[in-house]
Design a protein around this ligand. Structure first.
Ligand SMILES: Cc1cc2nc3c(=O)[nH]c(=O)nc-3n(C[C@H](O)[C@H](O)[C@H](O)COP(=O)(O)OP(=O)(O)OC[C@H]3O[C@@H](n4cnc5c(N)ncnc54)[C@H](O)[C@@H]3O)c2cc1C
Ligand code: FES
Ligand code: FES
Length: 484
């Protein structure tokens, strides 16, 4: 059993033990390593000022470096990883091509957001070093970064000004196969960080150890990507200062990595990031992949997991209505064995699930869409990127020619949990796919079936009207009258 986190920072090996292991990555970088180029503004994953590149093995990514928000990561998650900060970018005092472009195009004014923008841009260019970045690709890649000075245009112009022939890979400069294998060797065994004041974080290296720990400490929080938990901790809603924590991190469990399509079934491991699922679902369920394009930001999707979204069980969790409509099942495992629960039987009430105290989510599965199946998912929020849903809806229809044979309809944001609307599904079965009057009846049935509430995001009435209109919109789209 190890008692120290092992990682590399900008090409240099570090070991972290004791109370430092409980810090956020930004606090550790800034206060322990004196790497103050990584900034903190919001401390909740929204602004991107804290963006660093994290390289890890696993899933569809044998040592892939991606930008993540360091402010909501806990140090334990960096065990076995290589972190590159803004200090790694310039070489011997000479600016990197991305930094040069930011200066030349006036992409920096007060400069507070600039390190985060540079690291997020590197996240794009490291994967496409030989290509001139398309404005759309860059804009999408920077949706997790906010700037209150420049108005963004100079930053986008800077990205367009990066010359592929002058681009030097920062990863290639700092990372190597030797570092990868030394981290692999150093993190083979399980990790336990104990601190009398801060508590205990376990990171088991095998599933058997995981299940034993889960059974022995059912109150311990599972840490997957920490994108929900990290915000709660920073807001002092979980483990406030002075209290002790018990957590189990999944970061060493490579059996739970990846999202793979085999024999027509997409199997998503509990450690698969939302970014990996977005890529893997592109063929299995293209509209699900399209939904994930507007899920959070690249930084969140590079570390947050689908299993975390399912387990946290928010009624406005974006993936859940889609998974209901796709007929997904949740694999729950413990030392007692494995069981598979249809996702529409997984939730018992507001953020309550049927998971027993010794169980955890190990995988989520759904069948790829076949011929004669139509699947559509909608997320409605106040802005396109980095926003939480007001209402979400998903429709699956299996049809023989133009007649609906089977339907699954699910809505989020209109009740204490995501709701499957079986009465609406019953109305759809046997209907002509493109019959306008049928879809009008469906919209009315949706409005009657749901139980939305008014809150800060909107009124009960607004949600009800919107929910009905999403059914009408789907009907229009089926008739080819509206194109998204
Ligand atoms: C800036 C920002 C933007 C966001 N945008 C969106 C958005 O657009 N749409 C949306 O739906 N959500 C959004 N979220 C919420 C969050 O990113 C997602 O819910 C994400 O999927 C959580 O995954 P995670 O791996 O980070 O979970 P974690 O934070 O690690 O865990 C979340 C919860 O699930 C439990 N858990 C995790 N894995 C398991 C498991 N395998 N078994 C049992 N329990 C488990 C944890 O104990 C915890 O209670 C956003 C969050 C942030 C900070
Ligand atoms: S400080 Fe804003 S995302 Fe981390
Ligand atoms: S340059 Fe000031 S916040 Fe972006």
């Amino acid at each position: 059993m190890r008692d120290a986190i092992v990682l590399f920072v900008n090409g240099v090996r570090r070991e972290v033990r004791g109370d430092a292991a409980f810090l956020t990555v930004t606090d550790w970088l800034r206060y322990e390593e004196r790497l103050t180029g990584t900034k903190v503004v919001c401390a909740e994953g929204d602004c991107g000022a804290c963006t660093v590149l994290v390289g890890r093995p696993g899933g569809d990514r044998p040592w892939r470096f991606d930008p993540v928000n360091a402010c909501i990561l806990t140090m334990a998650q960096l065990d076995g990883a290589h972190v590159l900060t803004i200090e790694s970018v310039a070489r011997d005092g000479a600016l990197h091509e991305v930094q040069r472009a930011m200066c030349d195009k006036h992409g920096s004014q007060c400069g507070f957001c600039t390190p985060g923008f540079v690291m997020a841009m590197l996240g794009h260019f490291e994967h496409h070093p030989d290509e001139k970045a398309s404005p759309k690709a860059v804009a999408n890649h920077l949706t997790g970064n906010l700037c209150r000075c420049t108005g963004y245009l100079p930053i986008l112009e800077a990205a367009a000004d990066v010359r592929p022939e002058k681009y030097e890979s920062v990863v290639a400069r700092h990372h190597s196969a030797d570092i990868a294998s030394s981290l692999g060797a150093a993190t083979k065994d399980s990790l336990r960080i104990e601190d009398s004041a801060r508590g205990t974080i376990d990171a088991p290296a095998t599933l058997d150890e995981l299940f034993a720990l889960r059974a022995a400490h059912p109150d311990a929080r599972i840490i997957a990507g920490n994108t929900d938990l990290g915000v709660l901790v920073n807001k002092q809603k979980l483990w406030p200062a002075g209290t002790s924590r018990r957590a189990i991190s999944l970061h060493l469990l490579h059996e739970l990595d990846g999202a793979t399509l085999e024999d027509g079934v997409l199997t998503i491991g509990a450690r698969a990031t939302l970014g990996e699922v977005e890529r893997a679902a592109a063929t299995a369920a293209p509209d699900f992949s399209r939904l994930l394009r507007v899920f959070a930001s690249p930084q969140i999707k590079n570390i947050g997991t689908l299993a975390g979204n399912v387990a946290t069980g928010s009624p406005i969790g974006d993936t859940i209505p889609a998974l209901f409509a796709l007929g997904a099942e949740v694999e729950l495992s413990s030392a007692r064995g494995v069981r598979r629960v249809p996702i529409d039987e997984f939730y018992r009430g507001y953020r309550e699930t049927v998971m027993a105290p010794d169980e955890l989510v190990t995988r989520v599965r759904f069948a790829a869409l076949g011929d004669g199946a139509t699947f559509r998912v909608y997320k409605v929020c106040q802005r396109r990127d980095l926003d939480i849903s007001f209402v979400g809806a998903a429709f699956f229809l299996a049809h023989d020619g133009a007649t609906i044979r089977e339907a699954r309809v699910a809505y989020g944001g209109v009740g204490p949990t995501v709701l499957r609307l079986r009465e609406v599904e019953a109305l759809l079965v046997g209907c002509p796919l493109r019959d306008e009057a049928a879809w009008e009846r469906v919209a009315a049935a949706v409005e009657a079936a749901i139980s939305p509430r008014s809150d800060l995001r909107g009124s009960e009435q607004g949600r009800r009207v919107l929910a009905g209109n999403l059914a009408r919109k789907f009907g229009h789209e089926l008739r080819g009258e509206v194109f998204a």
